[in-house]
Design a protein. Structure first.
Length: 204
């Protein structure tokens, strides 16, 4: 793993009042979703990230945290899939397509809508939403970054939003984001932290 960004271990980092962070979609998910501890692939994700978000709020108020409108779209998709997976697992269903979940089990799908409307969105609306106009220039930039850095479109849109807003600190578990050399990545991903330490890119 090549580390181009500066990396900070969120367990050791103490926020300061001037800090401003973008929050990656999965961190929003782990910090807001009722069943995050079940949906997480690793236990630290459901503890370290919500704890760090709380530290930032206590130090910087919620004004220190930002997300984009694209995060909301991705977040809704992740929550819907998690509700589908939880329902399928609890009912012994090996495979359940999202469209089947929506159309065949409307009462269960309503739980997803209620979770988004009553829990997830009120949580993230504490923070600052940065909108971005998706146009030809942005799409061209996204495709260029995606090709150059081998990252997905969501990441490229989010990084474009960050650069436009001049907020270059991001809280994330995603190792792909360390490929961008002009970001500061705040993480609890030990693989990223160990690689950054070995390459002299761990800053705390």
């Amino acid at each position: 793993m090549i580390i181009n960004s500066d990396v900070f271990d969120i367990v050791r980092y103490e926020p300061i009042t001037s800090d401003q962070f973008f929050v990656d979609t999965n961190v929003l998910f782990w910090s807001s979703y009722t069943h995050a501890s079940i949906a997480c692939s690793k236990a630290y994700q459901a503890t370290n990230y919500p704890n760090f978000i709380l530290k930032v709020v206590n130090t910087c108020k919620a004004t220190g945290l930002y997300y984009s409108s694209i995060n909301v779209s991705e977040l809704a998709h992740v929550v819907e899939k998690s509700e589908r997976d939880l329902f399928a697992k609890n009912n012994g269903i090996d495979s359940l397509h999202l469209k089947t979940f929506r159309n065949t089990y409307p009462e269960e799908w309503k739980k997803f809508k209620d979770e988004m409307n009553n829990v997830v969105m009120p949580y993230i609306h504490q923070f600052n939403e940065k909108d971005i106009k998706v146009d030809k220039d942005l799409n061209d930039s996204m495709l260029k970054q995606m090709t150059a850095n081998s990252v997905d479109a969501y990441d490229c849109y989010m990084v474009s939003t960050m650069k436009k807003c001049k907020i270059l600190k991001i809280i994330t578990d995603d190792s792909d984001l360390v490929k961008f050399n002009d970001l500061e990545v705040y993480t609890s991903n030990l693989s990223v932290i160990d690689a950054a330490r070995a390459q002299g890119k761990l800053k705390n």
